[in-house]
Design a binder for this molecule. Sequence first.
Ligand code: PLP
Length: 371
Amino acid sequence: MKIETIAIHAGNHNDENTGAVIQPITMSTTFLREADGSYPSGYIYSRSANPNRTQLENVLAKLENGVDAAAFSSGNAAGMSVFQSIKPGTHIICPDDMYHGLRNQLKTLFAGILEFDFIDTNNEELLRSYIKPNTGLIWLETPSNPLLKITDIRMVVAIARERNIKVAVDNTFATPVCQQPLALGADLVMHSSTKYFGGHSDLMGGALITAEKNDWWTKIRQVQEMGGAIPSPMDCYYLVRSLKTLPYRVKGHVHNAQLLSEYLEKHPKIESVMYPGLSSHPQHEIAKSQMSAFGGMFSFCVNGGADEAKRLISSLGLFTVATSLGGVETLIEHRASVEGPDTKTPHNLLRVSVGLEHIDDLIADIAQALG
Ligand SMILES: *Cc1c(COP(=O)(O)O)cnc(C)c1O
């Protein structure tokens, strides 16, 4: 079935007891046990499994074309479960432009436990030169945050397969509507469900989806269950509900992002626009070969440096100045100040999460702010 249909049906389960069309929220932490010790419902205790989480994991696995999914309480918890499931001493290759929260997690919590290098993962020669005997994982983020760099997933998978290295992709920016890394050969997909999956800036969550149920996946499931960074039944319910409209929301985000980035690219006060859907994007051809649409995120650099970038965002009326992304409202932020002093992000860069307002209103607002 197509993704629009999967999104609506794969996470729902009619309730046999009441006939409710929408699956109720099961708040119970514990489940009935028979005298012989068995659990006739299949559920024991909600940290291990809960009916709302089961349905959420069903729809997540199908949306990404995987065989199983694990839901977490945040994107960072999902990422951490990957790093915790890897043998200490393993070397990981990560992108030089990587979600700063996960980069800081590695540097702070996994220093001395795992080895890692942050490099341009789309540079084939460089990538090969960084592979060591203990390299066990290549972590990709494409499009990357906040520079929207594209990595050729097929190229990385081909190199990794030669040496039995796993490939995981943070697919938060693209969503499975625009890009399906497992179909391109990746082993694991990670999401911050806080973003497009939730879609309304009101819920935190994370997800991992696997191409196969192997020993690594068993370990990840153990980290999920024993570590306990699981989403509540309420959050699972809201996510299943939000995912039903994901394909249509993403189509709207993509439409607006393309038009807004084209408008800005032509504006004399703008130095550059980074959006994989623009033919000026350095990896536009790779993006076309692995994405069916280019997502709702772009960044741009303003002529005149950090002061001019900050002046611009303070002149906007409709764009909300805040971090995060993937909600129905357009967000804009000065990324370097969010990432802190060690950031390599240009100081005149603004990152936009294009919302679902009418494109004419968005363009009118930024036109008046640019003056
Ligand atoms: C937000 C984000 C994360 C982290 O997710 P949280 O839900 O905030 O923990 C990871 N990767 C990317 C690309 C993100 O945008």
